[in-house]
Design a binder for this molecule. Structure first.
Ligand SMILES: Cc1ncc(COP(=O)(O)O)c(C=O)c1O
Length: 369
């Protein structure tokens, strides 16, 4: 069984290497503030800087809930088109920028720098607006000596996508003037005490680990809950539930995690998948090289028949899915055909630090059959 996320139980059984994620990040970023979620960090980071009734440019290939903090700030989300290599369609960006644009967001998808970032940044800098470097996917990725998330005026990253923790994200204030003027609200920082969310998360991790290790038990539970799977909450509810400080349990795991070991493990797993994908003619990796410094969140691949590929992966016990659920505005507009195709065809494969490369290799052997 290859699960989609790393496990709190596996983390607790590993040898402690108290190097800590925070000190790693602080080597690259001067102004770091913790939050419960990336969306909360986006809200708080922009709150003191933008006026209602202005607009924000977001890439169309984005989960629907990410627009929620901007809605709350009174900004109109304007989705710009992407090319199929995930770079911004600059002509479309230019059409949507105007004097009322308060901010423009670039996304480092899956832990890789967004292709075309420099041209996007140069275009946006012609307007008096903030550039936000959204690196929600991979907190430890470094490209050309810069930590992803630290390239705009503001940046965010989601720690819970990297570690087995109930929540956790960071706001980077990269521009000195922004850092001086930034005033964190009551949702910034780390909670003083462990709460019920921490206990619930720990219990869920324990049960998930138990099920992963016991196929018969998992089958019985799967049968029991068949047809009653958890539905994804609506965008507003997802935003509201993450509008908190970061939990104490998260802070504890972050302090104890070893960034080098995590990055090395994820990179090795990424390369193992790449070797397997060479023998899968109907599936292409979105990024077929792994530059130094990149700590991948997942392996994104484009599948000719995504549903069949997902079914094959499920048969091999691999937790994988397409990404993301797009906003209704994008879905309803025929102008976003490239983005909609990306959302249909891109399947993300897990590479997290608690997967052994040998398990990926055995999946490869089964897929080749
Ligand atoms: C590109 C991107 N930005 C921002 C976010 C928001 O992060 P969080 O879920 O920590 O609020 C997500 C979440 O999936 C995301 O994919």
């Amino acid at each position: 069984m290859i699960s989609e996320s790393p496990s709190l139980v596996a983390w607790s059984l590993s040898e402690p290497e108290p190097t800590g994620i925070e000190s790693f990040l602080e080597r690259y970023a001067a102004h770091v503030t913790f939050y419960g979620s990336g969306k909360a960090a986006l809200y708080d980071g922009l709150a003191g800087f933008v006026e209602p009734d202005s607009n924000v440019l977001l890439p169309a290939y984005l989960p629907d809930a990410v627009a929620e903090p901007f809605h709350e700030l009174g900004l109109e989300p304007r989705y710009y088109r992407l090319q199929s290599d995930l770079s911004p369609d600059l002509a479309d960006v230019e059409r949507r920028l105007d004097d009322e644009t308060a901010a423009a967001v670039s996304v480092d998808y899956f832990g890789f720098p967004q292709p075309g970032f420099d041209s996007f940044s140069a275009l946006v800098s012609e307007y008096d607006c903030y550039l936000i470097d959204d690196n929600a996917h991979a907190p430890l990725s470094v490209a050309d000596g810069m930590l992803l998330g630290t390239r705009g005026d503001l940046g965010v990253t989601s720690l819970w996508k990297l570690l087995p923790i109930p929540d956790g994200a960071i706001l980077y204030c990269n521009d000195e003037t922004v850092a001086e003027r930034f005033e964190p609200s009551s949702i910034a920082g780390v909670r003083d005490q462990l709460g019920t969310t921490d206990c619930r998360f720990a219990l869920k991790s324990f049960v998930a680990e138990l099920l992963d290790r016991n196929a018969t038990l998992r089958q019985s539970v799967d049968e029991l809950v068949a047809g009653r799977g958890p539905s994804v909450p609506d965008p507003r509810a997802r935003y509201e539930s993450g509008k908190t400080q970061m939990s104490k349990l998260s802070a504890y795991v972050i302090e104890d995690a070893d960034p080098t070991a995590i990055r090395d493990a994820r990179r090795e797993n990424y390369r193992t998948w790449l070797a397997i994908l060479e023998d899968c003619p109907d599936v292409d990796a979105c990024y077929d090289s792994l530059p130094a410094g990149i700590c991948p969140q997942v392996v994104p691949v484009r599948a000719n028949d995504p549903q069949r590929f997902l079914a094959d992966l499920e048969d091999c016990g691999v937790g994988a899915h397409t990404w993301p659920r797009l906003s209704e505005t994008v879905v309803a507009d025929p102008g976003y055909e490239v983005t909609k195709r990306l959302a249909r065809e891109i399947v993300v494969l897990p590479v997290h630090q608690h997967i052994e490369p040998s398990s990926i290799e055995s999946v490869g052997a089964r897929l080749r059959r």
